[in-house]
Write a protein that binds this ligand. Structure first.
Ligand code: ATP
Length: 360
């Protein structure tokens, strides 16, 4: 039987503030799940409920079929890594990693090989007799990671473990965490507000807003089919065109004077609609002339307001209809049509690349 972690209608209130509200989620054994959301959305509180540092105000937490709501953190056998490395400053790297094993009364002769094996996993054996203050932030976080793994926890919980590190180290450690998780097959929950981190790490991302779960899915699912305007905005970059319905039409919306063809179901609701499209899905067309087999209604014209080189892509902002559309043009393509601020530009918005949300 797989040892799954189950959250059932879980809530947490602090006085009148509802930090987590009616969260239900099934996390399968061996899965890597990220809780992703803006500051204050309740992701840390949800993780702390799972860890046992907070008692739920309502709902249940089950692990391996057993309700663990009232189980103290130590009895849950979950490994935890925080943003601040929280290493014991007066203990060597070796003693930090050995701490949990000693606390459980592991026999002396078993401790040294286990600690060395763990330090090897993250390439830190040569630092075994060093004190935390002598290590870089990235090294300290590696120690914190294997310290959490020392007692072979059944679930690994990480709360923004990389956010105190600089960008390069963050990306490097990210892949190291992923590699470790894969090789150990340990169920992992990782809290972050960084969408790139969530997308590169998680088997499934849980997008949260205001204490609730807004969407659960793989990075690809969430990026390609955001279920709400909030998710389309929070995960990746989206252009939102304020449009109106066109009487009697199920595949056309009015964007100012333009009538755009939209190849997706229009949601129920009011007259106003938000039509979203990702910057890399908009095509910049060369000069006037042939538009090939493209839908002629979806060719828009505007004025270039800004051009920014981002490396692999060039981000061009085009003013259309009093809105600024962000268009990401691959660098090689940009070389063929080097637009500059003030130029006129023709854009193509493919009908099958839109996502449409009600305005409310
Ligand atoms: P961040 O990324 O900023 O840490 P978060 O998504 O992790 O945000 P939480 O830390 O879970 O959010 O906080 C959710 C809400 O609950 C916030 O409004 C926060 O102020 C509140 N909160 C969290 N812990 C407590 C507490 N012990 N007492 C009172 N309010 C709390």
């Amino acid at each position: 039987m797989a040892k799954d972690l189950l959250l059932e209608n879980l809530s947490k209130r602090f006085g009148r503030l509802v930090a987590v509200q009616g969260v239900s989620l099934e996390i399968r054994e061996g899965e890597f799940v990220c809780f992703l959301g803006p500051s204050g959305c309740g992701k840390t509180t949800l993780l702390r409920l799972i860890a046992g540092f907070e008692i739920p105000s309502g709902g249940r937490i089950l692990y391996d079929g057993r309700v663990i709501n009232d189980l103290i953190p130590q009895k849950r056998n979950f490994g935890i890594v925080f943003q601040s490395y929280a290493l014991f400053p007066n203990m060597t790297v070796f003693d930090n990693v050995a701490f949990g094993l000693r606390a459980r009364g592991a026999p002396r002769e078993r401790i040294a090989p286990r600690v060395e094996e763990l330090l090897d996993l993250v390439g830190l054996r040569q630092y075994r007799d060093t004190y935390p203050a002598e290590l870089s932030g990235g090294e300290q976080q590696r120690v914190a990671l294997v310290r959490a793994l020392a007692t072979q926890p059944s679930v690994l919980l990480l709360d923004e473990p990389l956010s105190a590190l600089d960008a390069r180290i963050r990306v490097h450690l990210r892949s190291e965490i992923k590699r470790l998780q894969r090789s150990l097959g340990i169920t992992t929950i990782y809290v972050t507000h960084d969408q790139e981190e969530a997308m590169s790490l998680a088997d499934r991302i849980v997008v949260m807003e205001a204490g609730t779960v807004r969407q659960v899915g793989s990075a690809g699912e969430i990026y390609r089919r955001p279920g709400s305007r909030f998710v389309a905005d929070f995960v990746g970059t989206s252009n939102f065109l304020e449009c109106r319905r066109v009487d009697g039409s199920s595949d056309t919306v009015a964007f100012g004077a333009w009538l755009l063809r939209v190849d997706c179901r229009l949601p129920e609701g009011g007259d106003r609609l938000f039509v979203a499209i990702r910057p890399e899905m908009i095509e910049m067309l060369e000069g006037p002339g042939d538009i090939g087999g493209r839908e002629p209604r979806n060719v828009l014209e505007g004025t270039v307001d800004g051009v920014t080189f981002l490396g692999a892509v060039v981000r061009v902002v085009v003013g259309v209809n009093r809105e600024s559309l962000i268009v990401d043009v691959p660098y090689r393509e940009f070389e063929r049509l080097p637009v500059r601020q003030g130029d006129r530009a023709r854009l193509y918005l493919p009908p099958d690349r839109f996502m449409v949300y009600p305005s409310a």
